[in-house]
Every structure is written in structure tokens, then in C-alpha cells.
Design a protein around this ligand. Structure first.
Ligand SMILES: [Zn+2]
Ligand SMILES: [Zn+2]
Length: 775
């Protein structure tokens, strides 16, 4: 029964957050209609505007339910409610078209195919049976197809595909799961798959389902196929085919760096790796990241992740992946695929179809491509799950971008460009910050170009118009030079340069919602960062807040002979550490045996004369040196290989040995000389490498505890932030947390913001904003 008009009340509700492109308006429509309310819902530039009119108790119930029931992909960041005079007009609740006015809406990230769409994909009776681009309001591409905001089909790369009558009907029906689902399409009107063979390969081109069948047959035959996904191309091969895996490794010139794999289903993941409940949750979440798991012995080719303690695994997240791995009843094909970013080592991921054909020439035997363009590149995200079930994101990209982070402080519009390694930028305004997708290492012009495009894309999606540009203090960084140029091009904009490890600690603080009123004890351990004294820092204990920092203590520096060349050769780092600790290079030491005679004499000369040597307090480099000293890894084929293998070795002896090597810690620093002495003595006793690796990890954690105690005594502070790429080491992070918590410290560990340089931009953003306030 409709309430008499005299009693009717009207209320205006505004909803902010990720509420467009997620089925919010049809949900509001159903809710209002259920409660027999009249009024309307509309998308606006800042979110969703609703006006409801009806009996007071029904209007009240509407507001209550709106606050707790939302569609799966929606995130509400704020609401406003305002009483209005009842109009008595209208006899239904309607969905109005988008109102275009200035403001800001939030775009959802790309989301894995939902259960309903997967069901239809496999249903022969459904009109989208085997349609490789099936999607609905609850799933599919968003960030990677949007070119501007407010989010509407006309500003996505789906604008090239006019809807057929059947799709148009679904798109226009508020009761349909595809109501205003911008990427909606079908076989009649949507994008199409094609298989493009490499010239001279003898492979025949194919389209649509034939392209998929051909691609599956090629993979089954041990060939390498470039597969266009959501945010770029992957290179795929059968992960159980040792020859195919070796071939891909050789073509990509990838050294021993582990490959990620994609399994058809969870049962398949369990056959190749151990999966905890929390890891299962992460694997199957709509974000579908790559999750680092402990590999089991299986039929996976040994060349997938040689020597690594982790295996990166993900589940299919697009219909193309699902079809590529086979629906029930399909001819047998690979059920586990190597899925590695489609690029040459060091280059950004390939997104453009023409570019894919040229840049991946020689890498792929065929291309499984389609004609839906990618508006923004977006690599797979990567995370690990801790023993306590919490997540540590190591690469925050697909499935996260462009979800904002809520900040504990208020920012003027700002851009932070990150660093030169694992580059990702961040824009911020008010209490929100948005990370762009992972760009990669800024080695060449193509990465710089990718970063420029990412900045434009992020600015057009967030409408942030920077008044401030923040970058790393390293004078030689490409990213810092770019920031300087950028600042010149933008009106009223000045660049600010933030010390690397200060930015790490600030990113940990901001990630935990600290307002910065109280400083923290910041442990910033990483591979490299420009220090204020011009040397390479990386074993830093800072007392820091957003406005500044003090270098409380640091790892005793050692010379880094030959710069980058030294980093690839942990045996040289080991000898440099022995040299600075005053320990002889006896011929029986594994690191000495690993060096050639020429290397030894060059190194000797460099160290005694200080030639081509820069001092470094890097903890990452100490892990590399110890990896060689224990005989685990003398030459690194990829970044962090020596440290990863050292962690794997330590894990093998963790339960069996609880001794620790002692650093000489004091108010000035943390000297590893006694550790090296004890290690050499252990070597002489024939101690297994695994035991020495475990003793080293425990030793570092105990040194952290001792220095934190000193810092607490000196400052009264008891909150410790653990940041920097070294804390991707699960064993070290776990042991530090255990010791610090046992001693009454509060610990800030990284969660959604990466501890490595991928999280740097957030710290730069917050520090730069405070720098401006001081002026
Ligand atoms: Zn769906
Ligand atoms: Zn259609």
C-alpha cells in the first residue's frame, strides 16, 4: 500500500567511492522498487546521486540497507544524506542517464571472470557459450579499457564495437546482470580472436574458436604462443614440457629467473604447490594475483623455477585463459602454462598489436591476439601470504590499479614518480592516493615512454592536476630527470627530491594510516638507494616521520667494487666484505675459489687503491656476499637471486638449528665483521651451508632487535617500521617480527603497498606534501 502523499518524505543520498561500472544503479533501483519508493538514481562526476520518496519508515529502511548491502565490486568511501521537500510527483523509481559535471569518480580495477559468466561460458545452451570476451557488471576489464572518466562505453576501447540488438537489450535492462556493463559483447558484435603465425613457421592463421583450438594444439606440441590478456601480452608454453620451458628461457634471455605459471583450477595448483587457506583465498580472489607458493615435487619442468624457494602461481582471470586451458570435453591440452610477461628482458610489457608482432618477433611461434585495444598496460600483481594469513604485495598492478589508498593526511594535488627500479608512480589529492600500474626498471627509453603514458592515463582517470612533483634524490635516476622536466611543463609546479630510505619508511607509515604526529624507528633494508653523503645506502635505521629523518644507525659500509658489475657477482662482494673486515682471502674459501685469477688480482688492486669502488651500507649486498661465502650462489643471473637462494637454504635448516651470528652493534651502527669471522670458522668446520644461512638470518634479526632497543632508549619510541626490498624475505621478516613483538615493540609491516621500490612513490608523495607545508 502506498503511503498517503501528506506523510511522504524525500531524501537525497550521495554516494562516493567505486560505485560506477559495478552495477550500483540497478542495485539501488531494485532496493527502491522493493520498498515501493519513488525517485531516481543517477551517476554523477563524483559518484552516485539518489533521491527517494515514500513513507518515512521505508525511506529510513532504504538508507539503512544502502549502507550495508552493496554489489560485490563496489567500495563506498563516503555518503551524504540531506532531507528534501516531498514532491509527490512520479509513480516509479527510475534510472537517469549520467549527469556530466566536474568532479571525481573512482574506476574499479580489472576483475577476474565471475562464477555466473564462467557458467554461461561452459553452457552450450547459452548464447555466449565459448565467447572469449564474456563479461558482466560483476567482472571483466575496467582500468585497462577506460580512456577517461566518468566511466561510460564511449570512453572505453569498447567504443569500436556497437552493440547488437540482443546485447543492447541486456545493456538497457535494469533487471539484467549486464545492465550498463560497458565491456558487454557477444559473438555477433564483440571483439574477435585471431591466431597470427610467425613468418616461416608453417603455422596456419585462424579466427575465433579455431584460433583457440590451434593455440592449444601449438602449446601441446611444445611451441611458444604470445597470448593477449587484459593488460598486455604473455608468452605461454606448456609448463610440464622441459624442452619448451628451456626454449622460452633461451629466447627471452632470462637466465635462471623463475617463471610464473597459470593452472587451470585450484586442484591443479595443489598438485604443484602447497596451498594454505589464506593462500587459496588470495589465489581465487577477484584480483587473481600471482601468489608465491612453496613448490611440491611434481611433473612441472625443473626449469620453471630453478633454485627458488617460491613458485609463482595464478588462476585464469579472463575467458580467453579459461578456454586456452580447456573446458570439460575439449581435446586434451596443457593444464599448467608458463605465463611470463610478453617482453624482452628489461623492456615494458607489450600491449599494442603491431608492436607485439615486431617486439616479440623471434620469441613467439604464434600470436593469439584480438581486436579489443588495451588503453593502459597492466602487469600481473604478485604477493606472498605470511604464516599468519596476512598478505604482502610485492607488485601492485592488475586487480589493484586504480583503486585508491586512503591517506591519514591531506594532500595538495601531487605526482610522485617513484624510482628507477620496479617503477610505479603515484598521484594524490585530498586524502586519496592512486598507484599507477607497475612499469618496470627504467633502463631504456621505452620504459620512460611507458611511465609518461601511465602518468597521462592516471591523471585522466583521477583528474589530479599536480602542483607538486616528487622524485628520488638520486641525481642519476631517469625518473628524477623526468620529474624535473615534468615540473617545468606544469604550471605552478616545483619538484621535490626525497631521500630513498626516508620514502620507504614513509610509505610503510602511510600504508598503515599513521598521521605522522609521532616518529617511528624505521628499518630500511634494501639493495641500493642514494645516500645524503653520496654513497650507496641500504642498511639504514632511521628515526623518521613525514617531515624528516635522522640516520640513527646503519650497516658498516664496505666497498662495492665495479658498481653494477659487482652486483652480478656476489663472490666479488664477498671478497670485498672479507677485505674490509680484515679477513684473508684463503684459497679454501668458496668465494675465493669461485673467482678467476684475473678477477682476484683486479679486485685486489681496486680495493687497495680504492679504484672504481663506491662505499655501500646495503643490507641487500651483505645478503649477496653471505650467499657466496656460504657457497650457495656466486654469480647472480637476475636481481636478488643470491639472496633468494640464501633464504631457501636457511629455510631448510631453520627448525634444526637456533644459533645466530653476532653483529657488533652499538649506537654508531652495526658491523658484520664478527659475523664474517664466525662464518669462516664454521666453513672450516664443514658446517652445512643451510645451517650457516639460518645463523646469518637469525643474526640479522637479533641485530635489528638490539638497535631498536638502543633507539627506544634514546628516543622513547616503540613503533618499528620494516621496509625495503630485503623484507620480501619471509624468514627475516618473520624472525624480526617475532623478536620485536616479544620485546614490546609495535611493528609496521607492508601489506597492500610493496616494501620494495614499487611502493616508493607513496612515501615520496607524503613526504613532499609535508615538505611544502613547512615552507
Ligand atoms: Zn560476470
Ligand atoms: Zn552482441
Amino acid at each position: 500500500m502506498t503511503a498517503p502523499a501528506a506523510q511522504a518524505v524525500r531524501r537525497r543520498v550521495t554516494v562516493h567511492g567505486t560505485v560506477q561500472g559495478v552495477g550500483f544503479r540497478p542495485y539501488v533501483h531494485r532496493l527502491a522498487t522493493d520498498l515501493t519508493l519513488t525517485g531516481f538514481v543517477s551517476n554523477t562526476a563524483y559518484g552516485v546521486l539518489i533521491e527517494v520518496e515514500g513513507a518515512p519508515e521505508d525511506v529510513a529502511r532504504f538508507c539503512e540497507r544502502l549502507a550495508v548491502e552493496t554489489p560485490p565490486l563496489a567500495t563506498v568511501t563516503g555518503t551524504g544524506v540531506e532531507d528534501m521537500p516531498a514532491t509527490g510527483s512520479g509513480d516509479a523509481f527510475t534510472i537517469r542517464s549520467t549527469e556530466h559535471s566536474p568532479g571525481r569518480t573512482l574506476l574499479p580495477p580489472d576483475t577476474a571472470t565471475c562464477a555466473d559468466c564462467l557458467h554461461e561460458l561452459a553452457d552450450p545452451a547459452d548464447r555466449r557459450h565459448r565467447h572469449p570476451f564474456i563479461t558482466c557488471t560483476h567482472c571483466g576489464p575496467r582500468f585497462t579499457i577506460a580512456t577517461a572518466m566518468p566511466y561510460d562505453r564511449a570512453v572505453t576501447t569498447m567504443t569500436d564495437f556497437p552493440l547488437c540488438p540482443a546485447c543492447a537489450r541486456e545493456y538497457g535492462d535494469p533487471g539484467d546482470r549486464r545492465f550498463h556493463a560497458q565491456p558487454v559483447a557477444c559473438a555477433d558484435c564483440g571483439p574477435r580472436l585471431r591466431l597470427v603465425p610467425a613468418p616461416g613457421s608453417g603455422i596456419r592463421p585462424a579466427r575465433d574458436d579455431d584460433a583457440l583450438t590451434a593455440a592449444r594444439a601449438l602449446l601441446a606440441a611444445g611451441r611458444i604462443v604470445a597470448v593477449k590478456g587484459l593488460g598486455g601480452y604473455h608468452l605461454a608454453c606448456d609448463a610440464t614440457d622441459a624442452r619448451a620451458v628451456e626454449e622460452l628461457r633461451a629466447r627471452k634471455a632470462r637466465g635462471g629467473k623463475p617463471f610464473a605459471v597459470m593452472c587451470a583450477d585450484l586442484a591443479g595448483v595443489r598438485r604443484i604447490a602447497d596451498v594454505s587457506d589464506a593462500e587459496r583465498t588470495a589465489l581465487t580472489s577477484p584480483r587473481r594475483p600471482i601468489v608465491l607458493l612453496r613448490p611440491r615435487s611434481s611433473n612441472l619442468a625443473a626449469g620453471v623455477c630453478p633454485g627458488s624457494p617460491h613458485l609463482g602461481v595464478m588462476l585464469p582471470y579472463t575467458p580467453v585463459h579459461t578456454l586456452l586451458l580447456g573446458l570439460p570435453g575439449d581435446s586434451p591440452g596443457p593444464r599448467v602454462l608458463v605465463m611470463t610477461s610478453g617482453n624482452r628482458s628489461g623492456e615494458p610489457i607489450v600491449t599494442d598489436d603491431e608492436e607485439a608482432l615486431t617486439r616479440l618477433a623471434g620469441l613467439a611461434d604464434a600470436w593469439l591476439a584480438h581486436d579489443r585495444a588495451i588503453a593502459s598496460p597492466c602487469d600481473d600483481s604478485l604477493l606472498r601470504v605470511r604464516a599468519d594469513g596476512t598478505e604482502q604485495v610485492l607488485r601492485r598492478s592488475r586487480g589493484y590499479a586504480p583503486s585508491p589508498l586512503r591517506l591519514p593526511v591531506t594532500l595538495r594535488p601531487a605526482l610522485a614518480v617513484g624510482g628507477d627500479l620496479k617503477n610505479a608512480l603515484c598521484v594524490g589529492e585530498g586524502d586519496l592516493a592512486w598507484f599507477g600500474p607497475h612499469i618496470g626498471d627504467m633502463g631504456d627509453l621505452s620504459t620512460l615512454e611507458a611511465a609518461r603514458r601511465a602518468e597521462q592515463h592516471m591523471r585522466s582517470l583521477t583528474c589530479v592536476d599536480p602542483e607538486l612533483v616528487a622524485a628520488d634524490r638520486h641525481p642519476g635516476y631517469q625518473s628524477s630527470r623526468w620529474a624535473r622536466q615534468r615540473a617545468l611543463q606544469l604550471p605552478r609546479t616545483t619538484p621535490l627530491f626525497v631521500q630513498h630510505h626516508h620514502a620507504h619508511i614513509a610509505s610503510a607509515m602511510a600504508g598503515h594510516g599513521l598521521d605522522g604526529a609521532t616518529p617511528v624507528i624505521g628499518i630500511a633494508f634494501d639493495g641500493t638507494g642514494y645516500g645524503d653523503d653520496g654513497t650507496v645506502w641500504g642498511g639504514e635505521i632511521l628515526i623518521a616521520d613525514y617531515t624528516g629523518y635522522r640516520r640513527f644507525a646503519h650497516l658498516t659500509p664496505a666497498p662495492l667494487p665495479g658498481g653494477d658489475a659487482g652486483v652480478a657477482n656476489p663472490c666479488r662482494l664477498a671478497l670485498a666484505r672479507l677485505w674490509s673486515a680484515g679477513l684473508p682471502w684463503n684459497a679454501d674459501l668458496p668465494s675465493v675459489r669461485a673467482c678467476t685469477d684475473t678477477e682476484l688480482s683486479v679486485l685486489q688492486r681496486q680495493l687497495t687503491r680504492g679504484l672504481a669502488c663506491v662505499a655501500t651500507s646495503s643490507m641487500g649486498r651483505l645478503f649477496d656476499a653471505v650467499s657466496s661465502l656460504t657457497g650457495v650462489c656466486h654469480r647472480a643471473g637476475y636481481e636478488a637471486q643470491a639472496a633468494l637462494e640464501l633464504e631457501a637454504a636457511a629455510g631448510a635448516a631453520w627448525g634444526a638449528d637456533s644459533a645466530a651470528y653476532s653483529f657488533a652493534t652499538g649506537p654508531l651502527g652495526c658491523d658484520p665483521a664478527p659475523v664474517l669471522g664466525a662464518l669462516v670458522a664454521d666453513l672450516r668446520r664443514g658446517t652445512p651451508a643451510e645451517v650457516m644461512a639460518a645463523r646469518f638470518h637469525r643474526g640479522v634479526a637479533r641485530a635489528v632487535l638490539e638497535i631498536c632497543r638502543c633507539a627506544r632508549q634514546a628516543t622513547g619510541l616503540a613503533t618499528v617500521a620494516l621496509s625495503g626490498g630485503v623484507f620480501a624475505n619471509a624468514l627475516l621478516e618473520q624472525e624480526c617480527t617475532h623478536l620485536l613483538a616479544g620485546d614490546g615493540f609495535t611493528i609496521l609491516r607492508h601489506g597492500e603497498v610493496p616494501p620494495n621500490d614499487g611502493g616508493l612513490a607513496l612515501g615520496q608523495l607524503v613526504v613532499a606534501a609535508h615538505e611544502r607545508q613547512k615552507e
